[in-house]
Design a protein around this ligand. Structure first.
Ligand code: URA
Length: 288
């Protein structure tokens, strides 16, 4: 079997994987990811027991238990470039034999739930609500480097928004969606989430320049395809879903809506709102 080279799969002297600094035994099969390294503790404080804490750069990992369920929480930092590293290295930890550098015959599928923050694109999705993403529409460049299928959704986005580039569209896990979407809570919304390669101009924010894409927010807001509108903007979801599909992992992105871009309102307490989403996820994730 072909062995992966030392420059394609870089290991640290202690055998851990290069950026995450983790060994296979350091992670659980169910993983919660957050962007902010300080938020890892906000998740792991609900664990009954923490068995491992590892950190390197923006990648902070705590692994422990809630009851009998083993869980990891890992921070990614902001953006799909970080998600690319995180997802490739997590996959290698479970699906590559690091001692022989060969792909294992039996495939392991991880359950990965991203909990992040986001801005809403529709007045009907208010600040302090939640969006659970069905689709991620990637406006970043990852889709140019990994196999993605041509999507009529992305083609419609390009045509209606008059863009000179094609986004990529990928889907979240139905299994995790069914478990974690709270049908009884009117603050839960199903999402077609736009993943942006930046926070300012790519999300229609204007500071000291004229953005190249004019009226971007209005174009996002008015887009509609086969009954689907664009619900929210953030910076990771499409990357997660691309790798979920490509590498065979169950991945779901859940966002606390901290900004309503249509009404210009910002949450009075974004930390509390995000922690409430963390609590709701942790209550259900042990049922996996
Ligand atoms: N994160 C984003 O990327 N955009 C927002 O508006 C809020 C959170």
């Amino acid at each position: 079997m072909k062995s992966i080279s030392e420059t394609d799969l870089i290991l640290n002297p202690d055998g851990s994987i290069y950026h995450l600094n983790l060994r296979p035994e350091d992670i659980a099969n169910t993983i919660i990811t957050v962007g902010d390294p300080d938020r890892v503790e906000v998740v792991s404080k609900y664990f009954d027991k923490i068995e491992k804490k590892v950190s390197k750069r923006e990648f902070v990992t705590h692994t422990g238990y809630i009851g009998n369920t083993r869980l990891s929480v890992i921070s990614s930092g902001i953006g799909t470039d970080n998600v690319e590293i995180l997802m490739n290295e997590l996959d290698a930890l479970v699906n590559v034999d690091l001692s022989t550098r060969t792909v294992k015959q039996a495939h392991t599928s991880l359950n990965i739930v991203r909990i992040g923050t986001s801005g809403s694109l529709q007045e009907s999705i208010p600040v302090d609500s939640y969006v659970v993403s069905k689709r991620g529409i990637g406006f970043d460049a990852l889709g140019h480097f990994y196999p993605t299928t041509t999507s009529s959704f992305s083609e419609a986005v390009q045509a209606q928004m008059n863009l000179d580039f094609l986004s990529y569209t990928s889907f979240g896990s139905q299994k995790l969606y069914d478990l974690l979407f709270d049908n009884k809570n009117p603050l839960y919304f199903e999402g077609n989430t736009v993943t942006c390669p930046g926070f300012y101009a790519p999300q229609g924010r204007v500071l000291r320049y004229s953005p190249k894409q004019e009226n971007l927010l209005q174009k996002f807001n008015q887009f509609s395809f086969q009954g689907n509108v664009l619900t929210n903007l953030e910076m990771e979801t499409a990357g997660y879903y691309l790798f979920g599909e490509l590498l065979g992992h169950e991945v779901l992105s859940m966002s606390a809506i901290v900004a309503s871009r249509m009404t210009h309102q910002f949450s009075k307490n974004p930390e509390k709102h995000t922690e409430s989403l963390i609590q709701q996820v942790l209550e259900k994730i042990t049922m996996l």
